[in-house]
Design a protein around this ligand. Structure first.
Ligand code: COA
Ligand code: AMP
Length: 634
């Protein structure tokens, strides 16, 4: 039945408690909530307080009890290892319950933290769901981060146990995870008591006696564990994401509200029915992987795909279409950068024609703004709706989208369409007033955020308030800038902070700057995100050397590039830096990163009135020109 999206949206804003209570009825509650929305600790809100809930029960057991036991729950498709494996709901529950038993045997209990530093293998999903089953709190760390970043997360989450592996597989290379884990634990001030290590055939990890246990040994004789009902408001997971400082923010997700929002979104945002096959081609280390590889599809009784491969090169730009056709995927969700990579290698879309995509209904894109060219290319080649939708780690699901399960609205390439039910989005000026249509401003969401969004930062309510709530009282600050047009469509244009988006991966320039600044020859530095055709943005470093340093600049640049790879990780894709004599600053000493970015992108810019010496901008233009950025003159 078609619905009027404006009416559904209005109902969600006017009667949020009725709206979400109705959605919550689709799930199993061990004990029903007492309050749908608890505002007793404003501006911190809680959903479904008093309720007892288990996310794993709702993602697995509930479906088995309702006759879906033999349906595929998870399809592992790994072109990099040549492996396929399907788990039915019954099989997946069996594996999860046993691993949950293994965790319990290692002393993991309700609300203990478990860090999962793993690649795209089924054991990662099993470990996440096993934590959820016994009420433990997982924190998955993306495999492309290096030891230092992992150590920061260990220190903050204080896990009792880490689940990891011998290696991940990237095209053409084996990435050894275990040495990185050992180094991280070495650096960390909090030490986990145990590590469970999955030995993959591609590499053997050296085990540390007394601390490390082989995955299979941990499972031996483990008794399957039952689901432990937890408070709806208890944390399900912590997911660290880049903030404007070098220290990541620990986004906390609850159990009940999260499940309600994700299940609702599967039907209403993506138009999925239980039994359909859904594929998020992302990584479990990112929020997209948490929400739409693991929890969303399983909560909705869909089949989810865990793909260990790339959009191109594994083996060719037809990889996505092979997967869609082979597994009868209804909806694919990925990042625009993946499509730019495919488009570059298959401009005519010849590989698309090789596969039967008759069951394919829609492509959703997020992670960065989708440039209209890429969107239109995909639309024309695929002949299905291509939907750019906007969200962030903090919200856990879409803030703005074209909700296919409610009413398909016309697509405006470059816009993420309209706010999704539950999100009261407003564009504000510096004083906190709503700006007129088509006027750019800071995008904020009026509190309370809907279920599923972050409830706070891990052990840091003050930080949550300071970064997100204090700037505009009564609102949550998204950190994005953009505008709303006369049709209520949102146009997300840029970040208002120092976060950059590299191949759909969110990175903090502050974290990279910290590494550059720690080089003994570097006096000061700045990192900017320069526009890149494939990855959206690439980090570029500008460094000023200490007086008297006479080493060749190329050596220093090579040092800092290596240091970033080793400290932040290869995912930062930091490969370019240039030595400059000085950095442009305001008279109060603030580095003008925004102006340097505009120079790199050859965009028009105004000389900031507060700049201490405008001549520096010519030097910066020259230096960035050496790296191939900008247009060499102003
Ligand atoms: N473990 C270890 N290393 C990893 C890794 C992981 N899980 N993921 C990426 N890396 C490494 C890569 O091997 C690469 O290393 P290199 O510098 O030695 O080549 C580096 O990190 C950068 O990786 P990536 O960003 O994947 O770039 P790429 O050049 O290998 O591939 C794309 C480019 C566009 C194909 C790729 O970025 C892509 O598929 N992006 C989709 C992003 C996405 O899904 N984002 C999630 C939000 S929806
Ligand atoms: P992450 O938390 O890693 O998911 O990154 C979230 C950020 O990515 C957002 O705050 C935006 O800056 C950007 N982003 C994600 N999706 C979109 C989109 N569809 N359009 C524009 N920017 C996006």
């Amino acid at each position: 039945m078609a619905h009027d999206s404006a009416a559904v949206y209005l109902r969600s804003i006017k009667e949020p408690e009725t709206f979400w209570a109705q959605a919550a009825e689709d799930l199993h509650w061990e004990r029903k909530w007492q309050r749908v929305l608890d505002d007793t600790h404003k501006p911190l809100y809680r959903w479904f307080t008093g309720g007892l809930f288990n996310t794993c029960y709702n993602a697995l057991d509930r479906h088995i009890e309702n006759g879906r036991g033999e349906q595929a729950a998870l399809i592992y498709d790994s072109p990099v290892t040549g492996t396929f494996k399907t788990y039915t709901y019954r099989e997946l529950r069996g594996e999860v319950a046993c691993f949950a038993g293994a965790l319990k045997r290692q002393g993991i209990d309700r609300s203990d933290r478990v860090i999962i530093y793993m690649p795209m293998v089924p054991e990662t999903v099993i470990a996440m769901l096993a934590c959820a089953r016994i009420g433990a709190v997982h924190s998955v760390v993306f495999g492309g981060f290096a030891a230092n970043e992992l150590a920061k997360r260990i220190n903050d989450a204080e896990p009792k146990l880490v689940v990891s592996t011998s290696c991940g597989i990237e095209p053409g290379k084996v990435v050894h995870y275990k040495p990185l884990l050992d180094e991280a634990i070495n650096i960390a001030t909090t030490k986990p008591a145990r590590c469970i290590i999955l030995q993959r055939p591609q590499a053997h990890a050296t085990m540390i006696k007394g601390r490390d246990i082989d995955w299979h040994d941990a499972l031996e004789d483990a008794q399957p564990a039952d689901c432990v009902p937890v408070a709806s408001t208890d944390p399900l997971y912590i997911l660290y994401t880049s903030g404007s400082t070098g220290f990541p923010k620990g986004v906390v997700r609850d159990n009940g509200g999260h499940a309600v929002a994700l299940k609702w979104s599967m039907k209403h945002v993506y138009g999925m029915e239980p039994g359909d096959v859904y594929w998020a081609a992302s990584d479990v280390g990112w929020v997209v992987g948490h929400s739409y590889i693991v929890y969303g599809p399983l909560l909705h009784g869909c089949t989810t795909i865990l793909y260990e491969g790339k959009p191109v090169g594994t083996p060719d730009p037809g990889a996505f279409w092979r997967v869609c056709s082979q597994h009868d995927v209804r909806v694919l969700f990925t990042a625009p950068t993946a499509f730019r990579a495919i488009k570059r290698e298959d401009p005519q879309g010849d590989y698309i024609k090789k596969y039967d995509l008759s069951g394919f209904r829609a492509l959703f894109l997020a992670g960065e703004r989708c440039d209209p060219d890429t969107l239109q290319w995909a639309e024309q080649r695929l002949g299905v709706p291509v939907i750019d939708h906007w969200w962030q780690t903090e919200t856990g699901w879409a803030i703005a989208a074209n909700c296919l399960g409610i009413e398909r609205l016309p697509v405006k390439p470059g816009s993420a369409t309209r706010p999704v039910p539950g999100y009261k989005v407003q564009v504000l000026d510096e004083a906190g007033h709503t700006v007129a249509n088509n006027k750019i401003g800071s995008i904020a969401i009026k509190l309370p955020l809907p279920p599923g969004s972050l409830t706070t930062m891990w052990k840091n309510d003050q930080g949550y308030k300071k970064y997100y709530l204090d700037p505009y009282p009564g609102y949550y600050l998204t950190g994005d800038a953009g505008y709303m047009d006369e049709d209520g469509y949102l146009w997300i244009m840029s970040r208002t902070d120092d976060i950059i988006n590299v191949a759909g991966h969110r990175l903090s320039t502050g974290a990279i700057e910290e590494v550059l600044a720690s080089h003994p020859d570097v006096a000061e530095c700045a990192v900017i995100g320069a526009a890149d055709e494939l990855k959206g943005q690439l980090p570029v470093g500008l460094i000023v050397l200490k007086a008297g340093v006479d080493r060749p600049h190329a050596d220093i640049v090579a040092d800092v590039v290596r240091n970033v790879r080793e400290t932040v990780g290869p995912v930062a894709a930091f490969k370019q830096a240039v030595v400059v004599k000085r950095l442009p600053k305001t008279r109060s000493g603030k580095i003008l990163r925004g102006t340097m970015k505009r120079i790199a992108d050859a965009a028009e810019y105004q000389i900031p009135p507060t700049i201490d010496d405008p001549a520096i901008l010519d030097e910066i233009t020259e230096a960035l020109g050496q790296l191939g950025y900008g247009r060499h003159e102003r």
